[in-house]
Design a protein around this ligand. Structure first.
Ligand code: UD1
Ligand code: UDP
Length: 383
């Protein structure tokens, strides 16, 4: 039996972990014993707890309750907690998802104790080191033993950084193995979109009609913390709502909610407060989110996960970032990068809103990435 230590903390990691937990529950419970550590990076009920029951994720064995703070403080507190747990549990490997501070903390704690790192969502690069996530990804990849990239571009990025394709076992941090294996979030979207259609009542709750609203999310720090950028995004949404007679549904991340009154220009803020077309809500559960995504007219977002789910569900998407690590979405024409620029957002929505001839080739695997990863963990850590 292989003992894996899974680190989760931020909302997207909790959701990602459900794919591997489901594979273990259904197929690998004889081979893998999963211990789950929640760092507590996200802690509001609707940013954390809501996902456990809905997505059938086992309750965490440990919760470090680290909470919010500056990067150094938050990461350091997590490192201390994870280190203690590695000493106590002596896992065969540690599973790290994506690119948050919880990922980085896991990578630092594990690599110093020579605990092999399995990085899921390896190789993604925005080539913008002012993004905290870019630093976290690079540090995690370069201390990992098994690296699972969801896209061919991610796999090729690793090769460009010196990772070899012809390494042979036993794999270590100095002799790592890289894989192109598909995206576990594609597994999740395939599985949960059917359940969401049966169970979610979010459209009725919000009073929106199928295919007559745009779904928007905004939480990236360079948007929320910059009044110019945040104001441009909200002004563009209000103008589009009027021009196209379309509603916006905006499940707002707590980071953005807390900064909204402070970081939006006064005239934009007062217009926003009286605007019936922008339906700003608390963060929603994953089933509600998938339901909102699959019935939206289009999606605008600065989220990594949401821009990909737009593609999985065959929706056009405007990306509110200067660049994306999911370059395929843009290459295939269904997504446009508009950054936080008012004119570019309006033009991108104009270009995409009534277009129908999109192409969504199957570039994120076959919906079985989680099984592939579990098999490789068993092959590599079975002693
Ligand atoms: C983090 C990740 C980001 C990811 C995002 C997913 C890092 C560096 N960033 O960003 O990559 O896209 O999670 O959502 O790890 N807050 C609450 N309640 C919560 C959680 C956060 O109110 O449950 C507020 C706090 O004011 C906090 C702020 O949101 O200071 C930011 O939270 P934090 O986890 O530091 O970063 P995110 O912006 O959520
Ligand atoms: N999500 C959710 N409820 C929301 C907003 C997002 O369940 O109100 C899901 C979304 O479907 C995706 C994940 O959270 O699976 C993305 O997380 P987020 O945007 O916070 O982070 P990122 O992907 O940018 O790191």
């Amino acid at each position: 039996m292989i003992k894996i230590l899974t680190i989760i903390g931020a909302r997207p990691q909790i959701i990602k972990a459900s794919a591997i937990s489901k594979a273990i529950r259904e197929k690998y419970s004889d081979g893998i014993n999963e211990i789950i550590v929640h760092t507590g990076q996200h802690y509001d009920q609707n940013m954390s707890e809501v996902f456990f029951e809905e997505l059938q994720i086992p309750k965490p064995d440990y919760n470090l309750n680290v909470g919010s703070g500056n990067h150094g403080f938050q990461t350091a507190e997590m490192i201390k907690g994870i280190e203690e747990i590695i000493f106590k549990e002596t896992p065969d490997c540690i599973i790290l998802y994506g690119d948050t501070n919880s990922t980085l903390a896991g990578a630092i704690a594990a690599s110093k104790l020579h605990c092999p790192i399995v990085h899921i969502e390896a190789g993604l690069r925005s080539y913008n080191k002012t993004m905290p996530e870019e630093i976290n990804r690079i540090m995690c990849d370069h201390s990992s033993t098994l690296l699972f990239s969801p896209t061919k571009t991610g796999y090729d990025n690793l090769i460009k950084e010196g990772f070899k394709t012809n390494t042979i076992p036993p794999y270590t941090a100095d002799n790592p193995k890289i894989y192109h294996c598909g995206d576990i979030m594609f597994d999740n979207t395939l599985y949960f979109s059917k359940i969401a259609s049966d169970k979610s009542e979010i459209l009725q709750k919000l009073g929106v009609e199928k295919d007559n609203y745009i779904l928007a999310t905004i939480h990236r720090d360079n948007n929320t913390d910059n009044p110019e950028r945040l104001s441009s995004i909200f002004k563009a949404m209000m103008d589009v709502a009027e021009k196209f007679k379309v509603d916006f549904v905006i499940p707002l991340h707590p980071r953005t909610s807390k900064l909204l009154d402070r970081n939006i220009h006064n005239e934009v803020y007062s217009r926003l407060m009286n605007n019936k077309h922008l339906k700003i809500t608390e963060p929603v559960s994953f089933l509600d989110m998938i339901q909102l995504e699959q019935h939206s007219k289009m999606i605008i977002t600065d989220s990594g996960g949401v821009q990909k789910e737009a593609y999985f569900l065959k929706k056009p998407c405007v990306i509110l970032r200067p660049q994306t690590e999911w370059v395929e979405l843009v290459e295939h024409g269904s997504s446009i990068i508009a950054d936080a620029d008012y004119e570019r957002i309006i033009n991108a929505i104009d270009n995409l809103i009534n277009k129908t001839d999109f192409n969504f080739p199957a570039i994120f695997g076959d919906g079985k990435a989680s099984e592939f990863i579990c098999n490789e963990i068993i092959n590599n850590f079975n002693v």
